[in-house]
Design a protein around this ligand. Structure first.
Ligand code: SAM
Length: 275
């Protein structure tokens, strides 16, 4: 793993560069995607290749997207004899993932994410998941963010990110690593999640764009009740009373509602139903 050239390269904190140095962890991350022998895998931010070099021998095709213009060519050079691996110097957020995956196939995504854009990357993946481009992802992120992504309704960490993630994927909390697993060590612990992309919009009878905008309104201000957030968004007390799902207390906060009653409320408000 240690590469004499890289040892002299300065890490770039602005790019979220904390490189994984825990050998067991890098194997566990790859193992979390299961059998990859027939799969196309997209790696986000391969850096110096801690995960890449294990993945390269396990999957059918690997596309690694690295923004750092020094690291990308260095890794591409190092893996030059492995034709199934393509290292692309690119910003993952500006990359159309669909275009990387052969027609009719899905890909899996893996990444020890650059933490400064975790939420944006998740949204980018949800969008790719909704078109059937991405089937699963194993992602390392800051522990606090992972706790929010995987929180159940009613617990402290549940919020807009949890609801959005859980409308798009089944989320499994895998394991947490201390700062010492990285070089340089970050100031936070890191958690690995597995996401199985399975959008719930059709099942819950809502349109993706409309429901997404509705969730933003519901969670607009954490200290307000759901009714007050929706009043601030322009719904009248009469509209809310007519659409309010039975079993949801009038003073409920958005954080306490499961996705099913949330979708029921959205549908009733959208149809102007008095049911
Ligand atoms: N995978 C390596 C590891 O585990 O050691 C590096 C992980 S490091 C936390 C995040 C990596 O993402 C860095 O290599 C960084 O340069 C890269 N990166 C940052 N922003 C990116 C972006 N927008 N698109 C692609 N890669 C990015």
């Amino acid at each position: 793993m240690p590469n004499p050239y890289w040892m002299h390269m300065k890490h770039k904190p602005k790019l979220g560069q904390n490189f994984l140095v825990d050998d067991a962890a890098r194997h566990a991350i790859v193992a979390a995607l299961g059998d990859l022998s027939q799969r196309t895998v997209i790696e986000i931010g391969p850096g110096k290749g801690a995960i890449t070099e294990i993945l390269a021998g396990r999957c059918r095709r690997l596309i690694a997207l690295e923004l750092d213009r020094s690291l990308a060519p260095e890794l591409a050079f190092r893996l030059r004899n492995q034709p199934q691996v393509k290292v692309i110097e690119a910003d993952v957020l500006k990359t159309d993932l669909r275009a990387l995956v052969p027609e009719g196939e899905t890909a899996d995504v893996i990444g020890n994410l650059p933490y400064y854009i975790t939420s944006d990357i998740l949204l980018h993946l949800f969008s790719a998941g909704s078109t059937g481009t991405v089937a699963r992802a194993v992602l390392m992120m800051q522990r606090e963010v992972a706790d929010r992504v995987s929180a159940a309704p009613g617990v402290r960490d549940y919020g807009l990110l949890s609801a959005t993630a859980q409308m798009n994927a089944r989320v499994d909390h895998l394991f947490t690593l201390p700062p010492s697993a990285f070089s340089p060590p970050p100031e936070v612990h890191s958690t690995v999640l597995r996401l199985e992309f399975a959008p719930r919009f059709a099942e819950l009878g809502v349109d993706a764009a409309g429901f997404d905008a509705f969730l933003h309104r519901c969670f607009a201000q954490k200290r307000k009740t759901l009714q007050n957030n929706l009043r601030a968004a322009g719904y009248s007390p009469e509209q809310l009373a007519a659409a309010w799902p039975s079993g949801v207390p009038p003073q409920a906060r958005a954080e306490s509602l499961a996705l099913e009653p949330m979708a029921e409320l959205y549908r009733a408000l959208a149809s102007g139903s008095t049911a």
